[in-house]
Design a protein around this ligand. Structure first.
Ligand code: KG4
Ligand code: ZN
Length: 340
């Protein structure tokens, strides 16, 4: 049995987890930085300073709660990209420091791979499977063929879906992160009231574009004096719109997978936006694959997924050098070439 300590600092969550290869979570310490709430988005400099302030304390309590000593670990993992470079440097340097001092292997985890693989911590999911990763930083379809082996089928041409939720929330005067607030207010709203553009629908491929939808909301909001009902109706109309877009794109992604002669039966919906129950239900109703979704706390950023990706990599002996430099951009379909 192998045990890993993992660090996540790629955005605005500072998190540390200890997980073993028996799929036991021994500790998970997470701090969602409150500093960004009133600012409509994450301020990178503030985020990296907050990671600096809190990371060592979270590591200490994760080690205490899991009753582990650094000697007991089989590796130290950190999210080393993609993400905000300041935070990535803080987490990666800390992991390397512990790895060096304790003479343990270091594993540089790709944040997108962590989102894609966490479902395998929770249940038996065999490769290959289809992944829709919808988060604040990313929005893409992947075929997960194996650990370290991905095909990207499509992605957003502009904003990620999480960004669209956050920007629409800001336009409506709601705080950050906007996704959960929009979901809550939409329950009280009329989703048929505002007609928003279903961008990319009926086009070939499975790319996305969300910036037009966001602008359409902005234009409507400028014309109206938004009362509480208007805000709820806009939230519901926005969710209706993006759910139609997602459904159309998912159907194309499934067709593309078939045309590559890859048979998948599982469809993993993951990343922060996958915590949205309305979107999940819409896809579950209309898609003929086995839709799997981690629980909300493992959809949004966390260190358990980083630890699990670390375990999967350690089991295959995919170890990284202490010279590994964090990367703000790090495409998942490039990982395989590096392993060869
Ligand atoms: O995966 P994540 O925690 O961080 C990144 O890797 O980006 O995703 C954060 C994003 C934010 O944009 C947030 O608004 C969105 O996920 N989000 C949601 C919900 N919960 C979080 N979007 C829609 N509905 C939700 N319930
Ligand atoms: Zn994420």
């Amino acid at each position: 049995m192998k045990t890993i300590l993992a660090i996540e600092t790629s955005c605005d969550e500072t998190a540390v987890a200890a997980v073993n290869s028996n799929k036991q979570v021994l500790a998970h310490e997470i701090l969602s930085q409150a500093e960004h709430r009133t600012r409509g988005g994450v301020i990178p400099e503030i985020a990296s300073r907050a990671h600096m302030d809190h990371l060592d304390g979270l590591i200490k309590s994760a080690m205490e709660k899991s009753n582990l000593n650094f000697r007991d670990l089989d590796a130290i993992a950190a999210t080393s990209g993609p993400g905000l470079i300041g935070g990535l440097i803080v987490g990666t340097m800390m992991a390397k420091g512990i790895a060096h001092a304790a003479q343990k292997p270091f594993i540089a985890v790709n944040h997108l791979e962590a989102h894609a693989l966490v479902i395998r911590l929770l249940q038996e999911v065999k490769f290959p499977f289809l992944v829709l990763l919808v988060s604040g930083g990313h929005c893409q379809f992947l075929i997960a063929q194996d650990v370290g082996k991905y095909i990207k089928l499509g992605e957003t041409l502009d904003d990620s879906l999480g960004e669209a939720f956050d920007k629409v929330a800001k336009t409506l005067g709601l705080s950050y992160p906007g996704g959960p607030i929009i979901e809550r207010l939409a329950q009280k709203g009329d989703g048929t009231r505002f007609k928003l553009p279903r961008a990319m629908i009926k086009r070939t491929g499975c790319d996305f574009s969300f910036s037009g939808i966001k602008t359409a909301v902005k234009n409507l909001v400028q014309k109206l004096e938004m009362n509480e009902k208007d805000v709820c109706d806009m939230c519901a109309s926005f969710q209706e719109c993006v759910s139609d877009v997602l459904l159309d794109r998912v159907k194309n992604a499934i067709q593309m997978t078939e045309s590559l002669n890859i048979k998948v039966s599982d469809f993993v919906l993951t990343g922060g936006v996958a915590a949205n129950n309305f979107l999940r239900k819409k896809l579950q109703k209309h898609i003929n694959l086995n839709i799997l979704c981690p629980p909300n706390n493992l959809c949004t950023d966390n260190a358990i997924m980083v630890a699990w990706a670390g375990i999967e990599r350690l089991e295959r002996n995919y170890i990284d050098s202490l010279n590994f430099a964090p990367r703000s951009k790090w495409e998942l379909d490039m990982i395989m070439q590096e392993l060869q």
